[in-house]
Design a protein around this ligand. Structure first.
Ligand code: ZN
Length: 212
């Protein structure tokens, strides 16, 4: 959603050649989050142009109604919000049944105890560093500590669940998150689409934060 939609084809190719590992597509329904962003047709367009994997982050109510559609478009992993359905176990199972990796997303204000009951189903925990819905928001400073606590839970349960963080990812926040145990980063306006440097230089700087 941060890319220039009037030049989507060249944006996709520029990001791929700049070293992006995957396209993270934010789907918003105007209900679960106040904003609208990208839909099924957009994912089809990105998929038809892309040579790297696509994951989807479903910020929509009752995501179970759309999981099979996004799975059929090849999206992997598929991320669903813990807060978006009362049947989160069923939604995650649906992703696994479709042969895709399952990711659970936790908003900044959501407790993390429940993750222990879902470790058998989840491949990723996506930790929001901002309240979802809009690009360009300020990093919530408690996020690294949340990552550390989730990492401890994963270790205590002897799981290999990976941690990803979404929101305000840049060269200031990545070192804090990486040190806390985060391995995957969703780059948006603050670190990648900021027009300070071109995509190649921005991605090089972001990846360098994980080399210490
Ligand atoms: Zn996202």
């Amino acid at each position: 959603m941060c890319a220039d939609f009037t030049n989507l084809k060249s944006e996709i190719h520029s990001l791929e050649s700049a070293g992006a590992d995957t396209f993270h597509v934010d789907i918003m329904d105007g209900k679960f989050v106040p904003n609208f962003a990208m839909g099924i047709e957009d994912v089809k367009a990105v998929a038809s142009l892309s040579h790297i994997p696509i994951d989807v982050h479903l910020m929509i109510e009752n995501p179970e109604n759309y999981i099979n559609v996004f799975a059929s478009l090849g999206c992997d992993p598929i991320f669903v919000h813990a807060e978006s359905t009362v049947h989160i176990h069923r939604a995650l199972q649906q992703i696994k049944n479709a042969g895709k990796r399952a990711g659970i997303v936790v908003n900044p204000g959501t407790g993390i105890e429940f993750l222990e009951d879902l470790f058998s189903l989840i491949d990723f925990v996506l930790v929001m560093a901002v309240d979802p819905g809009f690009a360009g928001q300020k990093f919530i400073s408690e996020t690294p500590e949340r990552v550390r606590r989730i990492k401890e839970k994963i270790a205590a349960h002897k799981k290999s669940t990976a941690i990803m963080v979404d929101g305000s990812i840049n060269t200031q926040t990545i070192p804090l998150l990486y040190e806390a145990g985060c391995e995957y980063f969703v780059a948006g306006t603050s670190g990648l689409f900021n027009k300070k440097d071109d995509y190649t230089e921005n991605i090089r700087k972001l990846k360098n934060c994980c080399k210490q």
